[in-house]
Design a protein around this ligand. Structure first.
Ligand SMILES: O=C(O)C1=C[C@@H](OP(=O)(O)O)[C@@H](O)[C@H](O)C1
Ligand SMILES: C=C(OP(=O)(O)O)C(=O)O
Length: 420
């Protein structure tokens, strides 16, 4: 258990932000598919990235992706065409995260994949196949974009390329565009024909690659700036024209009085003193699911009423993130609840409401983290208002191992609570 606290006052500092694990993991898969390989600069230090790099270099019979979603999903596609026979497994939670949509698609291409335990879920036994049974796929796009990214990266290396038609609502679309943009950087062309992505057969062209800093991680600094009475923060390594959909966080936090200037190879966040918290915040997170928890915690700290939609993928991530946030915000007297469908306005859309302002009168709350890095990192900025405790604090390693060290450079105290 870690106790985080802050002496208060204006928040100032400079952060050399960690690299994006999403971008790094795509670069690693593309490199493994590129003859001759290429150097990757500013590689993310995220556990999920270290794990993918290790597994790509391993010839062990059992490959353990742990809790890493992109690592598992990207390897499922990649291993389907690599000579050999391997068991791809993961953490207990990974065995509860569905993979059937990707396995069905790969099987249509001719893949040799069987379920080692439960139908539709990891672990998987994956043998080699040419993947030339067809060059056309239809795939449900409403569950995880990672299945589509996994197929896309493989697509140009297949004998006939691939036409992938996305069916239903598309979730996490910016991550599909991130994949296509990284493929384009390495000389691989594609075209969209309405809901179909066409990737002709082509070779990836080797060239050095630099990983952008992580906009999802930047969200925790935006939350800090919004919660602080005054803030002036420089965050290195983020670009204006980012490949990352989570860069939308800059726009979202304008509503909380946080402004962003792009300069000196990074961004500058400012919040002027005397800004009132907005009474109300509404957003559809279907394109940026990873920052939903950050915004929920900010709203709780400021007493801003929330109205959220597009949370449907949060139930199958590192934990059921809606249930986890509901439980942890509940410790502060803040409620998160599902609104009746008739209030949603749109069919098929689930709305969640959030009410209340964080109440610390019972002392330092101890937040459970549910094996989810984003539970720890989203709740941590509340330490600006009152000391908070984080259970299993090391979960942050999945995407941001230096998280607490970086917070400490901003004046936070991080104290290990013994025996707990
Ligand atoms: O492709 C990626 O790098 C990711 C896609 C998203 O997942 P889903 O497509 O499953 O929503 C996101 O939540 C995850 O953190 C990373
Ligand atoms: C959902 C996430 O990761 P993954 O799906 O890759 O495990 C995340 O980092 O928030």
């Amino acid at each position: 258990m870690l106790e985080l606290s802050h002496p208060g006052g204006p928040l100032r500092g400079r952060i050399a932000l960690t690299g994006s694990k999403s971008i790094a993991n795509r670069a690693l898969i593309i490199r493994a598919l590129t003859p001759g390989g290429f150097p990757i600069h500013r590689m993310a230090r995220a556990d999920d990235t270290v794990r993918l790099e290790t597994l790509l270099a391993s010839s062990d019979e059992v490959l353990d992706a742990g809790p890493a979603g992109t690592t598992f999903r990207f390897l499922t596609g990649f291993l389907s065409r690599r000579p050999g026979y391997q068991l791809l497994t993961g953490s207990q939670r990974m065995k509860e995260r569905p993979i059937g949509i990707l396995v069905d698609a790969l099987r249509q291409l001719g893949a040799d994949i069987t379920y080692a335990e439960k139908e539709g879920y990891p672990p998987l036994r994956i043998g080699y196949a040419a993947l030339d049974a067809t060059a056309e796929l239809r795939i449900a796009a409403n569950t995880s974009s990672q299945y589509i990214s996994s197929l896309l990266m493989l697509a140009p290396t297949l004998p006939q390329g691939l036409r992938i038609t996305l069916e239903g609502e598309i979730v996490s679309l910016p991550y599909i565009n991130m994949t296509l943009a990284q493929m384009a950087y390495f000389g691989v062309e594609h075209r969209w024909e309405e809901q179909t992505i066409v990737v002709p057969p082509q070779a990836y062209q080797a060239k050095p690659f630099t990983v952008e800093a992580d906009w999802s991680a930047a969200s925790y600094y935006y939350s800090l700036a919004a919660l602080a009475p005054e803030a002036d923060l420089h965050i290195e390594g983020l670009f204006v024209n980012s490949l990352q959909g989570d860069a939308v966080v800059a726009k979202l936090y304008e509503r909380f009085g946080v402004t962003t200037d792009y300069r000196e190879g990074g961004i500058h966040l400012r919040k002027a003193p005397g800004q009132a918290a907005p009474p109300f915040f509404e957003h559809d997170f279907v394109e940026c699911p990873d920052i939903a928890q950050t915004l929920m915690a900010t709203c709780a700290g400021l007493g801003t009423q929330g109205l959220y939609t597009g949370l449907q993928t949060l139930f199958i991530k590192e934990t059921d993130r809606v249930a986890a946030m509901k439980a942890e915000l509940g410790k502060l007297g803040v409620s998160l609840y599902k609104l009746p469908a008739r209030m949603a306005g749109k069919s098929g859309t689930t709305y969640f409401g959030q009410d209340g302002k964080a109440d610390f009168s019972a002392g330092a709350p101890a937040f459970a983290t549910y094996h989810d890095h984003r539970m720890a990192m989203a709740m941590a900025p509340l330490a600006l208002l009152h000391p908070v405790r984080i259970e299993d604090p090391e979960v942050v390693g999945k995407s941001y191992p230096d998280f607490y060290a970086d917070f400490q450079t901003l004046g936070f105290r991080a104290e290990e609570i013994m025996g707990e």
